[in-house]
Ligand binder design. Structure first.
Ligand code: FAD
Length: 804
């Protein structure tokens, strides 16, 4: 062991070894993997070693595909066998809805270039003769699945890294981490002291404890998990070659060939946590005793689906621990305020994700940027709320128990809710609000007039769509009030505020009393935010952005801040209010405001501090519905007063409370994009149309070079609005768009435009298809639907209503 390294990776599991290998690939070889015991000594040694390319987050799915594709290279470079078996995998559907869902999964897999296909229950049972097809509705075969030897794979990554210069130091626990005066890390280990420029937390079951060493509490917990390995089974022995892995989606089990027997693993509905604070330091390569009573319900279902297992001996039980985060994806990347501390932990699917994590993290350490959209696994996607033990237990248990359970697109899951509520939560609930959740905050979806209304969970449009239609109608004909507590707000002040903002965002900075839409770009010219900048005073600004990006945005702001002259304060929880929009919104505001709110006195994109009823608010003339509208925010302790007074003032104008779903319908009629759909980390200004807000003549703003290059070359894809010949369901995010056999784009949002009575979708399409104005085919729940590019938004294309 040397006394100094550029990077110390704490943990020699599959993830830590992959991070070290990827750093070496990027030319960073002054790296040590420091391991408490042996390589694999956490979760990696006893994993089942299965891998899949599917993930609910499509960017993480792409990284899983990369992981699977890299194994042969690692095996060859290391000359260490990893037992790679590309057997393919079957997913079984036990209900008709699940079979439809598989059809949509197939359509999505095709967009990734995977040659998957659907099978009948009989064909599935022919492929894997252990399956009893009774009650099955169908199956999907994905050739891009398989399994490997987890021990071999971890050692292969370590050996390949070693060949490139990485050092592996075993039996050496990291005891503490502290910053030196020069900004390096003081690393105290059992074998002595060293310093490092960067440390990577790849400590698996101990990662929460390693995080505590630098003062962070990561939202991850270990949970035990069972699989069993059977004695030889004649039906398996008779298969010459590989046997496809099987996931029984309604049965909570997975099965893979293990010699001439099988491995059967299960995700029980009654999971358990273990060592929530992190595993004990002296926890060895240890398994827990099997808890058969607890897992019996799922085990019985497994034995019914695979009847041959009932007659065969069990050779070995494995009940081992691995870590879960609230959404099941890992925690990767830097942490705001702790320079050169990097996370690569919380990974519950290490053999599907190790290389994706390694790639993103190595890029991040070397370039300061992951080089791809890594938000789905970024440590900054959770706020501090997620590390609360009660919340963590509830959400991780829900994720674990629903590992294979289908969630309907309109289904609301209950774990950890309600957590954050606004002061008007009870009032909205009394008005019929049904809520969704955004970063722990309860957000109204729609307002059901009948207290006993029950929304059906469905892949199609639900019975709530009639209510959504009424809300959309109210906005087009009268007025709607939409709660805007779910906007993040930052106050930027100080003598250097304007200059700092001018570099931070790509648009021009507005005059006092004005609002401007302001794309924010990363160094490479890709989108980092669709902010709005509101100038309240010469050196006092508000930046408004996405609620769930708060940690992510603050990390970025803080990285750009000069030592003095600018202060950025997160005031999201201090100001709340409503977006009031519709042709009657001015008359409602006029009843409450003492100021003149006529179009002449208060035009589009202006902002004023003004009294609204009894509250002192800030009102911006801006709206997301395409109608005349105002965003009214007040100090949070006056939010409830504002609601009551707004409703009273709106009564004679037929003001209606509206939710997220109506907003989607209304904004699509105007082709308005939003973050997390049309605007995302790996999209660019030219693609998304946000380039129209860029001041290209500004001499300096972050991402300028990339934006100029794109302006010169033109984007390969652009955002368009489609009218879809849909039936009972609208297009959804990531639905593939084709012309014949050619994939020409993908959907970013779909909704029914209730006013224009069209099924609409915003989508990225190849430029040549747009130029030729071709008809395209969108796959909606796996069914082909014809769609046409709309040359302009179907509602008020000149935006006369917005400016009226
Ligand atoms: C029963 C079971 C079956 C599974 N099956 C699969 C599967 O089929 N496919 C799949 O992809 N995943 C599977 N997993 C999950 C998989 O095991 C994990 O995702 C993966 O092993 C995580 O790897 P890691 O490197 O993050 O953590 P770990 O393997 O836990 O490695 C962390 C390492 O850090 C070391 N360490 C911790 N603290 C310190 C310190 N202070 N100083 C030095 N070293 C330290 C530990 O000793 C350990 O070796 C399974 C898990 C279980 C329990």
């Amino acid at each position: 062991m040397k006394s100094q390294y550029q990077v110390v990776v704490i943990g020699g599991g599959i993830v830590g070894c992959s991070v070290a290998y990827h750093l070496a690939l990027r030319g960073v070889t002054d790296v040590a993997i420091i391991e408490r015991e042996e390589l694999t000594a956490g979760s990696s040694w006893h994993a089942a070693g299965g891998f899949h390319a599917i993930n609910a987050d499509t960017d993480v799915a792409a990284l899983q595909k990369y992981t699977i594709g890299l194994y042969p290279q690692v095996e060859e470079e290391s000359e260490q066998a990893i037992g790679l078996k590309m057997s393919g995998g079957l997913e079984l559907a036990g209900t008709p809805e699940r079979a439809r869902w598989l059809k949509s999964e197939l359509a999505w897999l095709k967009t990734t270039g995977t040659d998957a296909y659907l099978l009948s229950p009989k064909e599935a049972a022919e492929m894997v003769p252990l399956i009893d097809p009774a009650g099955l509705q169908g199956a999907l075969f994905d050739p891009h699945e398989g399994n490997l030897d987890p021990n071999g794979a971890t050692h292969a990554y370590a050996s390949a890294a070693k060949k490139r210069g990485v050092e592996v130091i075993l039996h050496n626990r990291v005891l503490s981490l502290a910053r030196t005066a020069g900004g390096d890390w003081d690393v105290e280990t059992e074998q002595g002291h060293l310093t490092a420029e960067h440390v990577v937390n790849a400590a698996g079951l101990w990662a929460r404890k390693v995080g505590n060493m630098v003062g962070v509490d990561h939202p991850l917990v270990p949970m035990p998990h069972h699989y069993l390995i059977t004695d030889d089974i004649p039906e398996v022995a008779a298969i010459d070659g590989l046997m496809a892995a099987v996931t029984d989606l309604e049965g909570f089990t997975y099965l893979q060939r293990e010699g001439n027997g099988v491995l059967l693993g299960l995700y029980e509905q009654n999971p358990r946590h273990w060592a929530v604070e992190g595993a004990p330091w002296d926890f060895g390569m240890t398994l827990f005793p099997e808890e058969i009573d607890r897992i019996m319900p799922e085990l019985s279902i497994g034995f019914e689906r695979f009847p041959a297992l009932a007659d065969v001996g069990i050779k070995r039980w494995v009940n081992g621990a691995f870590t879960f985060t609230p959404d099941g994806n890992p925690l990767v990347g830097p942490v705001d305020g702790i320079p050169n501390y990097w996370t690569a932990c919380g990974c519950m699917s290490g053999f599907s994700q190790c290389a994706g994590i390694g790639l993103a993290l190595a890029n991040w350490i070397v370039d300061g940027d992951p080089g791809l959209n890594a938000f789905g696994m970024d440590v900054a996607r959770f706020g501090p709320y997620a590390s609360n033990d009660t919340y963590l237990r509830a959400t991780t248990a829900q994720f674990y128990a629903r590992r294979f359970v289908m969630s309907y697109p309109n289904e609301e899951l209950p774990a950890g809710r309600p957590l954050k509520t606004t002061p008007v939560h009870a009032d909205l609930e009394a008005a019929g609000a049904r809520f969704t959740v955004n970063w722990g905050l309860e957000v109204p979806l729609y307002f059901a007039p009948a207290p006993d209304f029950q929304e059906n969970d469905t892949l199609d449009r639900s019975n709530a769509e009639l209510i959504v239609a009424e809300e959309a109608k109210a906005v087009r004909e009268a007025a709607g009030a939409y709660e805007i507590a779910q906007y993040a707000r930052y106050e930027v002040t100080g003598a250097g505020a304007q200059a700092w903002l001018d570099r931070l965002v790509a648009s021009r900075i507005p005059e006092v009393g004005r609002i401007r839409l302001a794309p924010m770009l990363g160094e490479a010219g890709r989108l980092m935010g669709d902010l709005s900048v509101t100038r309240l005073e010469a050196d006092r600004f508000w930046l408004t952005g996405s609620y769930y990006l708060q940690m992510w945005h603050e990390r970025w702001f803080h990285a750009q801040l000069p030592d003095s002259g600018v202060q950025v304060r997160n005031i999201t929880d201090d100001w709340m209010g409503f977006s009031l929009s519709g042709p009657k919104s001015r008359e409602i505001l006029a009843r409450l405001a003492h100021d003149d709110v006529t179009n002449e006195a208060f035009p589009f994109l202006s902002v004023r501090s003004m009294d609204v009823g009894s509250a002192r608010g800030v009102v911006g003339r801006i709206s997301l519905t395409g109608e005349l509208g105002y965003e009214i925010v007040v100090p949070t302790n006056q939010h409830r007063t504002l609601l009551h007074e707004l409703r009273a003032a709106g009564q004679e104008s037929n003001l209606r409370l509206i939710g997220d779903r109506a907003i989607d319908s209304l904004r699509l009629e105007k082709a308005y994009g939003i973050w997390n759909a049309e605007f995302m980390q790996d999209y660019t200004p030219g693609m998304s149309g946000l380039d129209r807000f860029i001041a290209f003549d500004k001499v300096d703003f972050i991402g300028r070079e990339g934006a100029l290059r794109e302006q010169e070359e033109g984007p390969a894809k652009r955002l368009v609005l489609l009218e879809v010949d849909a039936a009972d369901a609208d297009a959804a995010t990531e639905d593939g768009i084709w012309i014949g056999d050619r994939l020409v784009g993908f959907v970013t949002s779909g909704a029914y435009g209730h006013h224009v009575q069209k099924s609409l979708a915003l989508a990225y399409l190849d430029q040549d298809v747009i130029d030729a104005n071709r008809e395209v085919t969108v796959f909606v729940i796996g069914d082909p639907r014809t769609a046409r590019i709309l040359p302009e938004p179907p509602y008020d294309p000149t935006s006369s209503r917005l400016r009226s």
